[in-house]
Write a protein that binds this ligand. Sequence first.
Ligand code: ZN
Length: 368
Amino acid sequence: MFKKIVIFCNLTFARFLLTIELVNFVESWGIMTKRSVQIQRLVLLILAAVIVCLSIALAVTGSKYKTLKNTSASASDALVSAQQAQEHLESQKQQEASSYQDAMNQQSSAYESEKNELNKKISELNRQIALKKATTTTTTAPAASSPSRPTTPQKTPDLSAKTIYLTFDDGPSPRTPEVLRILKQYGVKATFFVINGGKYNKYMKDIVADGHTIALHSYSHDYKKIYSSESAYFADLQQISDLVYEQTGVRSHIVRFPGGSSNTVSRKYNRGIMSRLTSQMADKGYTYFDWNLSSGDANGNSIPKATIVNNCRKIPSKQTVVVLMHDAGPKKTTVEALPEVIAYYKAAGCKFGTLSESTPTVHQRVLN
Ligand SMILES: [Zn+2]
Protein backbone atom coordinates (compact mmCIF):
# COMPACT_ATOMS: atom_id res chain seq x y z
CA MET A 1 0.00 0.00 0.00
CA PHE A 2 2.77 2.41 0.95
CA LYS A 3 4.49 1.55 -2.22
CA LYS A 4 1.47 2.68 -4.19
CA ILE A 5 1.22 5.91 -2.18
CA VAL A 6 4.89 6.66 -2.90
CA ILE A 7 4.44 5.99 -6.62
CA PHE A 8 1.37 8.14 -6.69
CA CYS A 9 3.13 11.00 -4.83
CA ASN A 10 6.09 10.78 -7.16
CA LEU A 11 3.86 10.93 -10.19
CA THR A 12 2.04 13.96 -8.79
CA PHE A 13 5.33 15.68 -8.00
CA ALA A 14 6.58 14.93 -11.52
CA ARG A 15 3.41 16.41 -12.93
CA PHE A 16 3.96 19.49 -10.73
CA LEU A 17 7.51 19.88 -12.02
CA LEU A 18 6.29 19.43 -15.59
CA THR A 19 3.70 22.14 -15.11
CA ILE A 20 6.37 24.52 -13.73
CA GLU A 21 8.58 23.79 -16.71
CA LEU A 22 5.63 24.42 -19.03
CA VAL A 23 4.99 27.76 -17.34
CA ASN A 24 8.69 28.65 -17.60
CA PHE A 25 8.55 27.73 -21.28
CA VAL A 26 5.47 29.87 -21.91
CA GLU A 27 7.06 32.68 -19.92
CA SER A 28 10.26 32.45 -21.91
CA TRP A 29 8.17 33.09 -25.02
CA GLY A 30 6.98 36.31 -23.33
CA ILE A 31 3.38 35.56 -23.82
CA MET A 32 2.45 36.27 -20.20
CA THR A 33 3.28 39.17 -17.87
CA LYS A 34 5.36 38.64 -14.78
CA ARG A 35 2.35 39.17 -12.55
CA SER A 36 0.17 36.70 -14.34
CA VAL A 37 3.00 34.16 -14.29
CA GLN A 38 3.21 34.47 -10.56
CA ILE A 39 -0.54 33.95 -10.22
CA GLN A 40 -0.37 31.00 -12.54
CA ARG A 41 2.48 29.46 -10.54
CA LEU A 42 0.56 30.00 -7.32
CA VAL A 43 -2.55 28.39 -8.80
CA LEU A 44 -0.51 25.50 -10.09
CA LEU A 45 1.18 25.11 -6.69
CA ILE A 46 -2.18 25.09 -4.98
CA LEU A 47 -3.48 22.58 -7.51
CA ALA A 48 -0.42 20.43 -7.02
CA ALA A 49 -0.83 20.64 -3.25
CA VAL A 50 -4.52 19.77 -3.57
CA ILE A 51 -3.68 16.86 -5.82
CA VAL A 52 -1.01 15.65 -3.38
CA CYS A 53 -3.43 15.98 -0.47
CA LEU A 54 -6.15 14.20 -2.41
CA SER A 55 -3.69 11.50 -3.36
CA ILE A 56 -2.67 11.05 0.26
CA ALA A 57 -6.29 11.09 1.36
CA LEU A 58 -7.19 8.55 -1.30
CA ALA A 59 -4.26 6.40 -0.37
CA VAL A 60 -5.14 6.56 3.33
CA THR A 61 -8.81 5.92 2.61
CA GLY A 62 -7.86 3.05 0.32
CA SER A 63 -5.60 1.63 2.96
CA LYS A 64 -8.30 1.93 5.56
CA TYR A 65 -10.79 0.36 3.17
CA LYS A 66 -8.31 -2.38 2.50
CA THR A 67 -7.75 -2.88 6.21
CA LEU A 68 -11.51 -2.91 6.75
CA LYS A 69 -11.87 -5.29 3.90
CA ASN A 70 -9.15 -7.44 5.34
CA THR A 71 -10.76 -7.23 8.74
CA SER A 72 -14.03 -8.12 7.19
CA ALA A 73 -12.39 -10.99 5.36
CA SER A 74 -10.77 -12.11 8.59
CA ALA A 75 -14.08 -11.87 10.34
CA SER A 76 -15.63 -13.83 7.53
CA ASP A 77 -12.82 -16.33 7.76
CA ALA A 78 -13.33 -16.50 11.51
CA LEU A 79 -17.04 -16.99 10.95
CA VAL A 80 -16.33 -19.74 8.47
CA SER A 81 -13.87 -21.27 10.91
CA ALA A 82 -16.43 -20.96 13.66
CA GLN A 83 -19.01 -22.55 11.43
CA GLN A 84 -16.56 -25.27 10.53
CA ALA A 85 -15.73 -25.73 14.18
CA GLN A 86 -19.40 -25.88 14.95
CA GLU A 87 -19.93 -28.38 12.17
CA HIS A 88 -16.99 -30.36 13.41
CA LEU A 89 -18.38 -30.17 16.90
CA GLU A 90 -21.76 -31.28 15.67
CA SER A 91 -20.23 -34.07 13.67
CA GLN A 92 -18.26 -35.04 16.74
CA LYS A 93 -21.45 -34.91 18.75
CA GLN A 94 -23.19 -37.04 16.20
CA GLN A 95 -20.31 -39.47 16.25
CA GLU A 96 -20.41 -39.54 20.00
CA ALA A 97 -24.18 -39.97 19.94
CA SER A 98 -23.81 -42.67 17.36
CA SER A 99 -21.16 -44.49 19.35
CA TYR A 100 -23.24 -43.99 22.50
CA GLN A 101 -26.19 -45.43 20.63
CA ASP A 102 -24.01 -48.32 19.46
CA ALA A 103 -22.84 -48.88 23.00
CA MET A 104 -26.43 -48.75 24.21
CA ASN A 105 -27.47 -51.16 21.48
CA GLN A 106 -24.66 -53.49 22.39
CA GLN A 107 -25.57 -53.25 26.04
CA SER A 108 -29.23 -53.74 25.22
CA SER A 109 -28.35 -56.72 23.09
CA ALA A 110 -26.22 -58.07 25.92
CA TYR A 111 -29.11 -57.54 28.32
CA GLU A 112 -31.45 -59.17 25.87
CA SER A 113 -29.29 -62.26 25.54
CA GLU A 114 -28.80 -62.34 29.29
CA LYS A 115 -32.56 -62.07 29.70
CA ASN A 116 -33.10 -64.90 27.22
CA GLU A 117 -30.54 -66.97 29.06
CA LEU A 118 -32.28 -66.31 32.37
CA ASN A 119 -35.67 -67.06 30.84
CA LYS A 120 -34.29 -70.34 29.58
CA LYS A 121 -32.96 -71.13 33.03
CA ILE A 122 -36.32 -70.22 34.58
CA SER A 123 -38.13 -72.44 32.09
CA GLU A 124 -35.72 -75.27 32.85
CA LEU A 125 -36.22 -74.78 36.61
CA ASN A 126 -40.00 -74.66 36.17
CA ARG A 127 -39.81 -77.85 34.15
CA GLN A 128 -37.74 -79.49 36.86
CA ILE A 129 -40.14 -78.27 39.56
CA ALA A 130 -43.10 -79.59 37.58
CA LEU A 131 -41.28 -82.89 37.13
CA LYS A 132 -40.44 -83.03 40.82
CA LYS A 133 -44.03 -82.19 41.74
CA ALA A 134 -45.30 -84.87 39.39
CA THR A 135 -42.91 -87.40 40.90
CA THR A 136 -43.88 -86.36 44.43
CA THR A 137 -47.56 -86.56 43.58
CA THR A 138 -47.03 -89.96 42.05
CA THR A 139 -45.12 -91.38 44.97
CA THR A 140 -47.07 -89.75 47.77
CA ALA A 141 -50.51 -89.39 46.23
CA PRO A 142 -52.22 -91.81 48.58
CA ALA A 143 -50.84 -90.23 51.75
CA ALA A 144 -50.70 -86.61 50.64
CA SER A 145 -54.40 -85.90 50.48
CA SER A 146 -56.01 -85.05 53.76
CA PRO A 147 -59.38 -86.61 54.50
CA SER A 148 -61.13 -83.25 54.26
CA ARG A 149 -59.96 -82.63 50.72
CA PRO A 150 -61.77 -83.84 47.62
CA THR A 151 -60.50 -87.30 46.97
CA THR A 152 -60.78 -87.35 43.20
CA PRO A 153 -57.30 -88.20 41.96
CA GLN A 154 -55.72 -85.33 40.03
CA LYS A 155 -52.62 -87.22 38.99
CA THR A 156 -52.41 -90.93 38.84
CA PRO A 157 -49.34 -93.08 38.39
CA ASP A 158 -49.09 -95.59 35.60
CA LEU A 159 -50.04 -98.86 37.27
CA SER A 160 -51.01 -100.73 34.14
CA ALA A 161 -48.99 -103.74 35.28
CA LYS A 162 -51.15 -104.12 38.39
CA THR A 163 -54.22 -106.26 38.71
CA ILE A 164 -56.68 -105.12 41.33
CA TYR A 165 -58.75 -107.75 43.05
CA LEU A 166 -61.58 -106.02 44.86
CA THR A 167 -62.82 -108.29 47.65
CA PHE A 168 -65.91 -107.82 49.82
CA ASP A 169 -66.13 -109.72 53.09
CA ASP A 170 -69.11 -110.44 55.32
CA GLY A 171 -71.88 -110.17 52.73
CA PRO A 172 -74.47 -110.65 51.59
CA SER A 173 -76.02 -107.68 53.30
CA PRO A 174 -78.43 -104.82 52.69
CA ARG A 175 -75.47 -103.12 50.94
CA THR A 176 -74.96 -105.93 48.39
CA PRO A 177 -77.37 -104.56 45.73
CA GLU A 178 -75.70 -101.13 45.89
CA VAL A 179 -72.26 -102.67 45.60
CA LEU A 180 -73.36 -104.78 42.66
CA ARG A 181 -74.92 -101.75 40.96
CA ILE A 182 -71.71 -99.73 41.25
CA LEU A 183 -69.56 -102.61 40.02
CA LYS A 184 -71.90 -103.06 37.06
CA GLN A 185 -71.83 -99.34 36.35
CA TYR A 186 -68.03 -99.40 36.16
CA GLY A 187 -67.86 -102.77 34.43
CA VAL A 188 -65.68 -104.22 37.20
CA LYS A 189 -65.73 -107.77 38.53
CA ALA A 190 -64.96 -108.51 42.17
CA THR A 191 -64.78 -111.35 44.68
CA PHE A 192 -67.29 -111.75 47.54
CA PHE A 193 -66.22 -113.74 50.59
CA VAL A 194 -69.63 -114.54 51.99
CA ILE A 195 -71.09 -115.61 55.28
CA ASN A 196 -74.56 -116.75 56.21
CA GLY A 197 -76.39 -113.50 55.58
CA GLY A 198 -79.78 -114.80 56.56
CA LYS A 199 -82.45 -113.00 54.57
CA TYR A 200 -79.80 -111.43 52.36
CA ASN A 201 -78.54 -114.79 51.16
CA LYS A 202 -80.75 -114.27 48.12
CA TYR A 203 -78.18 -111.78 46.86
CA MET A 204 -75.64 -114.59 46.48
CA LYS A 205 -77.13 -115.56 43.14
CA ASP A 206 -77.04 -111.94 42.03
CA ILE A 207 -73.33 -111.88 42.82
CA VAL A 208 -72.77 -114.91 40.62
CA ALA A 209 -75.21 -113.72 37.95
CA ASP A 210 -73.26 -110.50 37.59
CA GLY A 211 -70.09 -112.48 36.87
CA HIS A 212 -68.38 -111.97 40.20
CA THR A 213 -66.59 -114.67 42.10
CA ILE A 214 -68.34 -115.99 45.17
CA ALA A 215 -65.95 -117.33 47.76
CA LEU A 216 -66.12 -118.70 51.29
CA HIS A 217 -65.57 -116.71 54.45
CA SER A 218 -67.47 -118.40 57.29
CA TYR A 219 -70.95 -119.56 58.05
CA SER A 220 -71.11 -118.19 61.57
CA HIS A 221 -68.22 -115.72 61.56
CA ASP A 222 -68.00 -116.57 65.26
CA TYR A 223 -64.31 -116.48 66.20
CA LYS A 224 -64.82 -118.31 69.46
CA LYS A 225 -66.58 -121.14 67.71
CA ILE A 226 -64.57 -121.53 64.53
CA TYR A 227 -61.14 -121.10 66.08
CA SER A 228 -61.81 -123.42 68.98
CA SER A 229 -60.53 -126.36 66.93
CA GLU A 230 -59.59 -127.38 63.42
CA SER A 231 -62.65 -129.60 63.09
CA ALA A 232 -64.90 -126.76 64.21
CA TYR A 233 -63.34 -124.53 61.61
CA PHE A 234 -63.70 -126.97 58.75
CA ALA A 235 -67.23 -127.83 59.80
CA ASP A 236 -68.15 -124.16 59.62
CA LEU A 237 -66.39 -123.87 56.27
CA GLN A 238 -68.34 -126.79 54.92
CA GLN A 239 -71.55 -125.14 56.06
CA ILE A 240 -70.93 -121.97 54.14
CA SER A 241 -69.71 -123.94 51.14
CA ASP A 242 -73.00 -125.82 51.13
CA LEU A 243 -75.02 -122.65 51.58
CA VAL A 244 -73.31 -121.02 48.64
CA TYR A 245 -73.84 -124.12 46.58
CA GLU A 246 -77.52 -124.10 47.52
CA GLN A 247 -77.94 -120.48 46.63
CA THR A 248 -75.86 -120.33 43.49
CA GLY A 249 -74.94 -123.82 42.33
CA VAL A 250 -71.29 -122.87 42.68
CA ARG A 251 -68.95 -125.04 44.73
CA SER A 252 -66.27 -122.59 45.77
CA HIS A 253 -62.78 -123.51 46.92
CA ILE A 254 -61.57 -119.99 47.52
CA VAL A 255 -61.42 -119.07 51.18
CA ARG A 256 -60.62 -116.17 53.46
CA PHE A 257 -60.25 -116.71 57.19
CA PRO A 258 -62.32 -114.43 59.39
CA GLY A 259 -59.78 -111.90 60.66
CA GLY A 260 -57.30 -113.13 58.07
CA SER A 261 -54.63 -115.79 58.50
CA SER A 262 -52.59 -113.36 60.61
CA ASN A 263 -55.29 -112.82 63.22
CA THR A 264 -54.25 -113.18 66.83
CA VAL A 265 -57.76 -113.28 68.26
CA SER A 266 -57.74 -117.02 67.59
CA ARG A 267 -54.91 -117.42 70.12
CA LYS A 268 -57.44 -116.76 72.82
CA TYR A 269 -59.36 -119.89 71.77
CA ASN A 270 -56.68 -122.18 70.49
CA ARG A 271 -52.97 -121.47 70.48
CA GLY A 272 -51.34 -122.21 67.15
CA ILE A 273 -54.60 -122.95 65.37
CA MET A 274 -53.92 -120.57 62.48
CA SER A 275 -50.63 -122.27 61.72
CA ARG A 276 -52.32 -125.65 61.62
CA LEU A 277 -55.30 -124.44 59.61
CA THR A 278 -53.26 -122.63 57.01
CA SER A 279 -51.03 -125.64 56.51
CA GLN A 280 -54.06 -127.87 55.92
CA MET A 281 -55.96 -125.73 53.46
CA ALA A 282 -54.30 -127.00 50.34
CA ASP A 283 -54.75 -130.62 51.41
CA LYS A 284 -58.44 -129.95 51.95
CA GLY A 285 -58.70 -128.55 48.46
CA TYR A 286 -58.92 -124.90 49.40
CA THR A 287 -56.95 -121.90 48.36
CA TYR A 288 -56.99 -119.10 50.87
CA PHE A 289 -56.35 -115.43 50.29
CA ASP A 290 -55.54 -112.62 52.65
CA TRP A 291 -55.09 -109.07 51.33
CA ASN A 292 -52.24 -106.65 50.78
CA LEU A 293 -54.30 -103.46 50.68
CA SER A 294 -56.86 -102.63 53.32
CA SER A 295 -59.54 -100.04 52.68
CA GLY A 296 -59.63 -99.57 56.45
CA ASP A 297 -63.38 -99.94 56.57
CA ALA A 298 -63.00 -102.67 59.22
CA ASN A 299 -61.74 -100.10 61.70
CA GLY A 300 -65.24 -98.80 62.38
CA ASN A 301 -68.71 -98.47 60.96
CA SER A 302 -68.45 -94.82 59.92
CA ILE A 303 -64.96 -94.52 58.56
CA PRO A 304 -65.05 -91.35 56.37
CA LYS A 305 -65.41 -92.02 52.71
CA ALA A 306 -62.27 -89.95 51.98
CA THR A 307 -60.23 -92.09 54.37
CA ILE A 308 -61.35 -95.25 52.61
CA VAL A 309 -60.51 -93.75 49.21
CA ASN A 310 -57.09 -92.61 50.40
CA ASN A 311 -56.35 -95.98 51.97
CA CYS A 312 -57.24 -97.68 48.71
CA ARG A 313 -54.68 -95.52 46.88
CA LYS A 314 -51.84 -97.01 48.91
CA ILE A 315 -51.10 -99.57 46.28
CA PRO A 316 -48.41 -102.08 47.26
CA SER A 317 -45.45 -102.88 45.06
CA LYS A 318 -46.74 -106.37 44.26
CA GLN A 319 -48.45 -106.77 40.91
CA THR A 320 -51.31 -108.70 42.46
CA VAL A 321 -53.23 -106.22 44.59
CA VAL A 322 -55.92 -107.73 46.79
CA VAL A 323 -58.08 -105.00 48.30
CA LEU A 324 -60.00 -105.72 51.49
CA MET A 325 -63.46 -104.14 51.73
CA HIS A 326 -66.64 -105.09 53.50
CA ASP A 327 -70.17 -105.71 52.33
CA ALA A 328 -72.11 -105.17 55.54
CA GLY A 329 -75.15 -103.21 56.67
CA PRO A 330 -73.25 -100.54 58.68
CA LYS A 331 -70.56 -100.03 56.00
CA LYS A 332 -72.35 -97.29 54.09
CA THR A 333 -69.21 -95.26 53.57
CA THR A 334 -67.58 -98.19 51.80
CA VAL A 335 -70.35 -98.06 49.22
CA GLU A 336 -69.94 -94.28 48.98
CA ALA A 337 -66.20 -94.59 48.47
CA LEU A 338 -66.39 -97.40 45.94
CA PRO A 339 -66.96 -95.30 42.78
CA GLU A 340 -63.95 -93.10 43.53
CA VAL A 341 -61.80 -96.07 44.40
CA ILE A 342 -62.63 -97.77 41.12
CA ALA A 343 -62.17 -94.52 39.19
CA TYR A 344 -58.72 -94.09 40.73
CA TYR A 345 -57.59 -97.57 39.76
CA LYS A 346 -59.01 -97.13 36.28
CA ALA A 347 -57.28 -93.79 35.84
CA ALA A 348 -54.03 -95.40 36.98
CA GLY A 349 -54.40 -97.98 34.23
CA CYS A 350 -54.93 -100.95 36.56
CA LYS A 351 -56.67 -104.10 35.42
CA PHE A 352 -59.35 -105.77 37.53
CA GLY A 353 -59.62 -109.43 38.28
CA THR A 354 -61.50 -111.98 40.34
CA LEU A 355 -59.71 -114.44 42.56
CA SER A 356 -59.36 -117.99 41.37
CA GLU A 357 -57.27 -120.97 42.31
CA SER A 358 -54.72 -119.91 39.72
CA THR A 359 -54.36 -116.36 41.04
CA PRO A 360 -50.99 -115.79 42.73
CA THR A 361 -51.81 -116.05 46.40
CA VAL A 362 -51.49 -113.17 48.82
CA HIS A 363 -50.76 -114.44 52.29
CA GLN A 364 -49.98 -112.58 55.48
CA ARG A 365 -47.61 -113.83 58.12
CA VAL A 366 -49.33 -116.29 60.42
CA LEU A 367 -48.99 -115.02 63.99
CA ASN A 368 -50.79 -117.77 65.86
ZN1 ZN B 1 -65.15 -111.13 58.08
